[in-house]
Design a protein around this ligand. Structure first.
Ligand code: ADP
Length: 863
């Protein structure tokens, strides 16, 4: 359905409400205690998967029992407290394009109030936030996988967040370095290790946070508190900025390996030959001093073990091999070992590596450094047996495999490219791009993989940029398949902190694009419509600054856009209405609630005319206000007529009341005198009395209406038996009802507080209507029930009924259903007075009806 049913589009205001109907925001309003759907827009119907006819004027929980108790409680709470209710990221199961789909909504439920500020219903507005929720969930899931992998790593890894650099994550090795337990999470790093405050570390961390440039260093020195003593420690470190989805730096990652023992050993040995003995055995790593053996061409061919510490045998599993050469001690030795140590001796450059020794069947973490200056062929070697750890590392790779399996099944297309633009990985979903399988990408450069030229050009620009800036970038493109793609290019680093590859996450945003197109279209439609409707229309930015007035607006005020845009409204609003106008706007700006007010606006000829102003906040999918749209509809003629009519009725009924009261008094005096004497005269006088009686009650009703208008209807409050009041009313009406029997069902044993006469007036009015509008029926049912701390009374007839579009209007002043007016007399004020009385008793009143079948009128009162 693309428009409201025709009967709804009758007035200018309704045209405007048609705009609302099309709005990309979900809007529904409910009325009464059974939450009857009063208005509903297109987006709401789509979400609800119901047709307009299925929901309008129906009680919400009858239409959709699945919304259940939770919502009912919320609604009832709004009725009693008047507090709005926000529900974020509510999950809704929908069918879209015939397929089940999960959607998320942010919705706001707010009370609707009548002019007496009493709540009579609820407005629900909702914005779909599915995309952002799903995106966030994916990121959360990714972060979880990621942190799983991190926590298993051998390298110390930590994440610091915020300017305070609070520890958000620290794996076991990092906690070990810090010498702390898990309770460091959530604490600022300087609180955890205050000793680094004046050390280069803390400045480096801050620099990386500020500049976004990663930092990497080997053998970085620091003083750390260890066993309650400040100790010299050494680390290989990488600090990397940690960025959020929008590429803002929100923290840091720390990668660290502690190498204190190795550095100290190296230093000590270098420093003093004598002292090193003691140190030698204090180290819990295998330490060996070896002498390289070179051939004539200076090629290393073997080495000799000069000295080994006690841990050496433990770590290597080798027996005492002092003075033996490596080839003698380990016959199947790989050339790798002496080639590597040879390099250390020749260049003087320390080397650290991890290597398996096949003959020993062990994995070693090895640090090798030259002892002495150029020309020395002595090398110190630290061995740590890491066979156990290595196994853990292999397990880690298995978990990376798991990660791969997961990315494999992600609906997003995930790829990794090395710095030459060669695909290292592509998830199978890449097929969505142009129909080619992942296998056709992996191992190829993107230009060779047959991607469209415009995509290649984007990659040409952005891949080098991402690697160079070490910073994520976002691109959007249309794939050959027509898919609209949103891609995030994320740099990947090696352990030195160099960006070596790029991960690309391509998300399908076709639907979002289409929605944007639709918004553009509806924007154009809005402009076209706003220029043609004979109503003043404006739009404003979120802070209320006006940025558009339609031609009609300019014509009416005789002012230019420039004159209007700043304080123009001050010039045209009637001074008496200014205060309320600015108060209400203030409220709307703060809350995002609709603005509605009647006020006088200056015409260019200098006269002021009454307008109804309407302002509505435009919101994005996160519920943020993106602007305002409003209209002023001229209601001056209507207003003048209404005022004249009210005035006339008020004066006329006042004038009539006195002579009528005295006529009634005299007739009552005459009647007993006539009853004996003259039967015919008595009969006539009786008829006259009845007519006067009726006229009297009409005039009283009219006076009631004008009192309601001026807020002067008085109430005599007392406590009384509710059921007595009902019984009396029924009895009274039954006396004059010849063809109908009034049948009461249910009971109420409570006393209630209120104006008994006024409430009786309500019931009498409903009963009279029920009888009047069901001339061919023979009964009227009155049902009394207790529901959720309230008493509910319904009056059901089996008469002419009415169609649903009248159901709310009948409570308005002077409103009568057109088709009825021909056959039934009335002024259209009984229900107006009744509903006012009920509202003043904090109750609600509503009706249900079907043409030709009959109507039921309900009211509830709090117990
Ligand atoms: P009146 O009955 O004097 O016209 P009311 O305010 O009592 O004024 O009712 C307003 C209108 O609502 C009526 O004119 C009639 O069209 C409609 N209405 C009220 N009660 C019923 C009913 N029981 N069945 C059908 N229509 C009704």
């Amino acid at each position: 359905m693309d428009a409201l049913p025709k009967h709804k589009i009758e007035t200018d205001e309704a045209k405007f409400s048609n705009l609302l109907f099309q709005a990309p925001v979900l809007i529904v309003t409910f009325q009464g205690p059974s939450f009857i759907v009063d208005t509903v827009n297109k987006k709401a119907l789509e979400t609800w998967q119901k047709s307009y006819e299925q929901v309008i004027n129906k009680p919400l929980f009858e239409v959709s029992p699945e919304f259940g108790l939770g919502l009912k409680e919320i609604f009832n709470n709004i009725y009693t407290t008047g507090e709005p209710f926000n529900a974020n990221e509510i999950q809704v199961q929908l069918k879209r394009k015939g397929k089940p789909d999960t959607a998320y909504f942010n919705s706001v439920y707010q009370p609707l109030r009548n002019l007496d500020n009493e709540i009579y219903g609820i407005i629900c507005t909702g914005t779909e936030v599915t995309e952002s929720v799903i995106a966030r969930k994916q990121i959360e899931a990714n972060e979880k996988r990621f942190s799983n992998i991190l926590s298993q790593s051998l390298m110390a890894i930590g994440i610091l967040k915020g300017t305070e650099m609070t520890v958000a994550f620290a794996n076991e090795p990092l906690l070990k370095i810090l010498g702390k337990g898990n309770d460091v999470i959530g604490k600022p790093i300087l609180e955890v290790i205050p000793e680094i405050k004046d050390q280069p570390f803390s400045k480096l961390l801050q620099d990386v946070y500020k500049t976004g440039v990663a930092f990497a260093a080997d053998e970085m020195k620091g003083i750390m508190l260890r066993n309650e003593k400040l100790e010299e420690c050494y680390f290989n470190l990488v600090f990397q900025p940690y960025r959020d989805v929008d590429d803002n730096i929100t923290g840091l990652t720390i990668l660290a390996t502690e190498i204190t023992e190795y550095v100290l050993a190296k230093k000590q040995i270098e420093k003093s030959e004598e002292k090193y003995r003691g140190l030698f055995d204090a180290i819990d790593q295998g330490l060996s001093i070896i002498e390289m053996i070179f051939d004539e061409t200076n090629k290393p061919i073997d080495y000799r073990f000069l000295e080994n510490n006690s841990v050496f045998s433990e770590q290597t599993g080798l027996p005492d091999i002092i003075n033996k050469t490596a080839r003698e001690a380990i016959p199947a030795l790989d050339d790798f070992w002496f080639e590597t140590f040879g390099k250390v001796a020749l260049t003087g450059k320390s080397i650290r590596f991890t290597q398996k020794s096949d003959p020993l069947n062990r994995w070693f973490d090895v640090n090798a450094f030259r002892l002495g200056n150029q020309g020395s062929n002595k090398v110190g070697v630290l061995f740590t047996n890491i066979t156990g750890r290595k196994k853990a590392e292999l397990d880690l790779m298995a978990s990376e495999e798991l990660f791969r399996v997961l990315t494999h099944n992600s609906p997003d297309i995930i790829t990794r490219l090395d710095k030459d633009g060669r695909y290292l990985y592509a998830s199978p979903s890449i097929k969505k791009l142009d129909g080619k399988n992942a296998e056709e990408f992996i191992g190829r450069k993107y230009r060779e993989a047959g991607l469209a030229e415009h995509i290649c050009q984007l990659f040409d620009t952005y891949i080098p940029l991402v690697l160079q800036e070490k910073k994520s970038h976002t691109i959007e493109f249309t794939a050959m398949s027509g898919l609209e793609v949103y891609s995030r290019l994320v740099p990947e680093f090696n352990e030195k902190g160099e960006a070596v590859s790029v991960m690309m996450i391509h998300a399908d945003i076709t639907e979002r694009k289409q929605a944007e197109e639709k918004i553009k279209e509806s924007e154009a439609k809005f402009r076209a419509l706003s220029e043609t409707i004979p109503t003043m229309v404006w739009t404003a930015s979120p802070d209320g600054k006006k940025n558009f007035f339609n031609q009609y607006f300019l014509n009416y005020t005789g002012l230019s856009f420039e004159e209007l845009k700043n304080d123009g409204m001050l010039k045209i609003i009637f001074p008496d209405d200014l205060k309320k106008d600015s108060q209400q706007w203030q409220h709307s700006f703060e809350t995002g609630e609709d603005f509605k007010m009647e006020k006088r606006l200056r015409h260019h000829d200098g006269t002021f005319r009454w307008h109804v102003s309407h302002g509505i906040a435009q919101k994005d999918s996160n519920g943020n206000i993106t602007g305002w749209i409003g209209s002023n509809t001229d209601i001056s003629e209507h207003k003048i007529k209404e005022q004249q009519k009210d005035e006339f009725i008020s004066i006329a009924s006042h004038e009539m009341k006195t002579p009528l009261t005295s006529a009634k008094g005299y007739l009552e005096l005459i009647l007993p005198l006539l009853s004996e004497e003259n039967k015919t005269a008595f009969l006539y006088a009786n008829k006259a009395n009845q007519a006067v009686e009726r006229l009297h009650s009409l005039v009283t009703e009219l006076l009631d209406v004008s009192k309601i208008q001026h807020g002067q209807l008085n109430y005599n409050i007392s406590t009384f038996d509710f059921i007595d009041m009902i019984d009396e009313a029924i009895e009274n009406i039954q006396l004059t009802a010849k063809n109908h029997s009034l049948e009461k069902i249910g009971n109420c044993l409570h006393q209630i507080k209120g104006d008994k006469d006024r409430l009786q007036q309500v019931l009498s009015n409903l009963l009279t209507n029920a009888i009047k509008f069901s001339p061919n029926a023979d009964k009227v049912l009155i049902k009394i029930e207790e529901l959720d701390g309230k008493i509910q009374v319904s009056v059901q007839d089996f008469g002419v009924g009415m169609s649903s579009q009248h159901l709310y209007k009948i409570f308005e002043r002077y409103y009568r259903v057109q088709e009825h007016a021909v056959f039934f007399q009335g002024l259209g004020i009984g229900l107006h007075i009744s509903s006012n009385i009920i509202q003043r008793h904090n109750g609600t009143m509503w009706a249900d009806s079907e043409p030709g079948k009959g109507s039921t009128f309900y009211f509830t009162l709090p117990l």
